[in-house]
Write a new protein. Structure first.
Length: 343
């Protein structure tokens, strides 16, 4: 039985054009080319398969759907698609790169019109992963948009934030409050956001002439409990510090619990700052200083970019601006604790 490559050879067109015509995609192909492809299919004996009416499905892969951060991303995606007739296929990779790849391998590309990924791919495997995705979706013209990281593959779109700059700004704020002995609770090893935020922490200290102390660095898995346990280890280590920068709000909130459980005051004894500006950051006491990461907007922007790419617009790399929000966990004189930005 002839395949699409043979049809493409006989018609004298690209494989992607044959795929568009034979899958009855709504992408534009001139009537002349369409007829040429169909005629080649008849000549070669290519059997047209019944079309599945699921071509308006978008696959979304997130590391942790139960996390407020990623559920906010998903809300933005859902709102941007509302009323447009698209269905969502959502996968929770649980921060496991292999599970993410397995999910992609299971998706039938004939059923998709786009993929949005907040990837758990380690940095040292990015090139191989890009090749894997191009092989899977490239010939079919299915757009791929990454969240939170800037793709090195120009055919993929990206909606990302400056993880390094956000961390640098958070630590610089602590230094501006007079802190020099600043601890750090990093995220999952190998995770790009974790690495960049840790790099921002060290560079902010060095930029102000503060020599980093390896004994003041610990790590978690982005969950509140991991932040709690990391802070307990830091406190038990015996090294003195007056502030801590956690790589996200959830770990920062866990760290706050450990600080308070140890009988210390926030921020008088230990100031705490995170990143994300989750809604819960205003509900803890004292309210948590943080870097606002507009996750809802990121989700909407990812959809806008994906739909543009679906219409033939070139992939783009879009950086979303973030900003410092000072609350009472670092500054007792801070104003309103209710900074409802983008929730």
């Amino acid at each position: 039985m002839a395949g699409m490559r043979e049809v493409a050879r006989v018609a004298g067109v690209s494989l992607s054009t044959v795929s568009i015509v034979l899958s009855e995609s709504d992408k534009y192909v001139s009537p002349e080319i369409r007829e040429k492809v169909l005629e080649a299919a008849r000549k070669t004996g290519y059997v047209l398969k019944p079309r599945k009416r699921a071509e308006k499905t978008i696959a979304v892969i997130l590391p942790s759907i139960s996390s407020t951060f990623f559920s906010n991303l998903l809300r933005g995606i859902e709102e941007a698609l509302s009323g447009q007739g698209y269905a969502l296929m959502v996968c929770d990779s649980e921060f496991q790169y292999e599970k993410e790849k397995q999910f992609i391998g299971m998706i039938k590309k004939q059923e998709l019109c786009g993929v949005i990924i907040d990837s758990s791919c380690p940095e040292n495997q990015e090139e191989a992963y890009a090749a894997f995705l191009k092989e899977k979706y490239g010939d079919s013209g299915i757009p791929v948009v990454f969240l939170e990281r800037r793709s090195k593959e120009e055919s993929f779109g990206s909606v990302f934030v400056d993880h390094y700059g956000n961390a640098y700004q958070a630590v610089s704020h602590l230094i501006s409050q007079g802190h020099r002995d600043i601890a750090h609770i990093g995220g999952i090893p190998g995770n790009i956001a974790s690495r960049e935020r840790t790099r921002g922490y060290y560079d902010a200290l060095l930029g102000q002439g503060v020599e980093p102390d390896a004994d003041l660095a610990d790590a978690g898995d982005f969950s509140p409990n991991s932040g709690y346990l990391a802070m307990k280890r830091l406190l038990q280590h015996g090294k003195s510090f007056t502030a801590v920068f956690a790589a996200n709000d959830q770990m920062a909130i866990g760290a706050m619990k450990a600080v308070l459980s140890a009988g210390k005051r926030i921020p008088e004894d230990v100031a705490v700052i995170g990143i994300d500006n989750l809604s819960v950051s205003t509900m803890v006491s004292p309210a948590l200083s943080t870097i606002n990461v507009p996750t809802f907007q990121m989700g909407k922007e990812a959809v806008r970019l994906l739909l543009e790419m679906r219409e033939g617009v070139a992939a783009a790399q879009i950086q979303i601006p973030c900003g410092l929000i000072v609350r009472k966990s670092t500054d007792p004189a801070a104003g309103s604790e209710w900074e409802l930005l983008g929730w």
